[in-house]
Design a protein around this ligand. Sequence first.
Ligand code: SAM
Ligand code: MD0
Length: 354
Amino acid sequence: GNVMLLSNKVDIILEKAMYEEELTSDEIKYLLLLSEKDDIAKMFRVARFLRYKYFKNKIFYYGFLYFSTFCRNNCNFCLYRKSNQIVQRYRKDKKEILEISEQLIASGVHLIDFTMGEDPYYLLNDENLEELMNLFKEIKTKFNIPLMVSPGVVSEKILDNFKIAGVNWYACYQETHNKKLYQKLRINQSFNERMEKKFYAKKIGLLIEEGILVGVGETVDDIINSFENMKILDADQVRVMSFIPQRNTPMENWISPQRIWELKIIAVMRLLFPDRLIPASLDVDGFSGLKDRLAAGANVITSIIPPRKGLKGVSNSELDIDDGKRSTDFITPFLMKHNLCPANKEEYEAWLLK
Ligand code: SAM
Ligand code: MD0
């Protein structure tokens, strides 16, 4: 009975989590360090229980439109870092962006994430930037769809303009909240500025997504520190992604971390942020990585990309894209098989207004 059950430390902590009582850092650490299969399975069950409490069996779909892969930065982990001369880059024009958006929307995504490298074409030219803002406005009025932008670090004025254009979300991942580690990953980029832009975005009424990259030399305490920062930011969507080594970059010979680490972090995020959005990204392990991430408590499928449009992913620039395995047609039957289903438009939009 209960007495037996609660004699286990893991059960005591998970019961607290289930009732949404605040966990101490030691308890969070204990969960992150779980190594017994049964214990981890129990944690995933509680994560799914909390997901069900807030979202029932409804999953959200995010289209991913990486419209420019040009970047002025030199992130050590990224394929698209400026110094990588061997990568073929593209910048989609207005017509292509509109067409792809329309196709994504018709396929049933709840949101489109417009992502770019820190492309000087937009960031250093007011006219081009204005055209981009107009494009977002046009997409908003034409299709009435929630929008996310992932443009990197931009000025407050640009964030204001995104808000005016009707953009809902600003995504900008810190990768780590350990300043020393951050400096090794995001070479010559200000830690504080990146954080401050998220606080500013939140202040002007944008929803924000914060995220961490794992397998890059972080400690368990770094992860706990990131959770604390996500709390302080009051992030609406929180994510973790396993690092994928990229050819011709300083970290190309690193070994990608074991996926159980990312999965445990997804589950702990669900316990700590039960009512927030947590992605299962198709970008890390493609379609085959979806099942485990959903089982760990994720509730948004991100990186849905239409095939054969010349679009790329970030961490897995090609995996599952052109054969259509990152499309809703392919994913929905799989969800149904696992007693989950795509939410409808109204359900997603109701969450945004909560
Ligand atoms: N350029 C913008 C920025 O840096 O914020 C937006 C897009 S950036 C390419 C999106 C995210 O992809 C990064 O913040 C990082 O978390 C993730 N990412 C990039 N390279 C990765 C890799 N090799 N493995 C896993 N995730 C990666
Ligand atoms: C994803 N590949 O959702 C995308 C990307 C950027 N906002 C998102 C990392 O997995």
